[in-house]
Ligand binder design. Structure first.
Ligand SMILES: Nc1ncnc2c1ncn2[C@@H]1O[C@H](COP(=O)(O)OP(=O)(O)OP(=O)(O)O)[C@@H](O)[C@H]1O
Length: 252
């Protein structure tokens, strides 16, 4: 996965004192894409975006298609560079600005502090579905058999047929791949979990399983930031909806 963070400079802002329980504070965030194939034209996406995510709550990013929801999620995960603003992520004792984190620091923050369920599974050739799911726990140092036991539990809960567990997910259906992706994102207990349309390809039964998993994470104190196109899922899990179109940049 790409990693685009700005180098730390003297201009890096000082960490704010976040109130207890605040896991993420996005401040005055701005982003425009430079379209190199269009002679370097700039496509502004958001300007002045700001919101917070607290432990034990789920914040949904809302707004029409193209408003910038996925772009904001990718900036929080360090996949997209920011043009301005700060993304304060609470680390062990003090906040770190993801927008100015060095790549190595970002990788460390991902391993310890941020889980991410992307819209599509990034398939790794020859790795079984079970190990794709267990990997984030193993990366935290959990013994492989213990991590696989938890992976089996989650895959069973998400009704992925057992015959698929030992196979690489490359040939799985969209909904099967999404369930592997959800299990991979939910297996560890990182304080902040990002969800990019985690139920888009799921049937009603499995959608409800994801709603239950989100509810359990909230009860355990995880903060969640997600995009949910399905209004029923959003209504069931979101404590707050942040309308991203409010941060739209106006064309000159
Ligand atoms: N890598 C990129 N390069 C150029 N433009 C991009 C890139 N990623 C996103 N965009 C553009 O930025 C705008 C916001 O896209 P984004 O995917 O963040 O919107 P969204 O609100 O998540 O939309 P949707 O609900 O349809 O998924 C769109 O106009 C999109 O074309």
């Amino acid at each position: 996965m790409t990693l685009h963070t700005a180098p730390q400079t003297a201009a890096t802002p000082l960490p704010p004192a976040l109130p207890a329980g605040t896991l993420l504070r996005v401040e005055s965030l701005a982003k425009a894409f430079t379209l190199h194939l269009r002679g370097g034209a700039r496509l502004p996406v958001v300007d002045g975006a700001g919101f917070e995510v607290r432990a034990g709550t789920c914040v949904a990013l809302g707004g029409p298609s193209g408003a910038g929801k996925s772009s904001i999620l990718k900036m929080v995960y360090g996949n997209y560079r920011t043009d301005a603003g700060a993304i304060w992520l609470m680390d062990e004792t003090s906040p770190v600005d993801v927008a100015h984190a060095a790549p190595r620091q970002m990788l460390d923050l991902r391993r310890r502090r941020i889980g991410y369920v992307s819209q599509f599974l990034r398939v790794i050739p020859r790795v079984s579905a079970l190990d794709v799911v267990a990997e984030p726990l193993m990366a935290e140092g959990v013994p492989p058999e213990q991590a696989r036991a938890k992976a089996r539990e989650l895959l069973a809960r998400l009704n992925l047929p057992e015959r698929l567990w030992s196979l690489p997910p490359a040939t799985f259906s969209g909904g099967e791949q999404q369930r592997v992706n959800v299990a991979r994102g939910f297996i560890s207990s990182r304080p902040l979990l990002l969800l990019d349309e985690p139920t888009a390809s799921l049937d009603v039964v499995n959608r409800q399983v994801v709603i239950d998993l989100i509810t359990e994470k909230k009860a355990a104190g995880t903060g969640l930031l997600g995009i949910f196109h399905d209004a029923d899922t959003r209504d069931a899990v979101a404590d707050e909806v942040v309308d991203v179109s409010a941060f739209a940049t106006r064309p000159n």
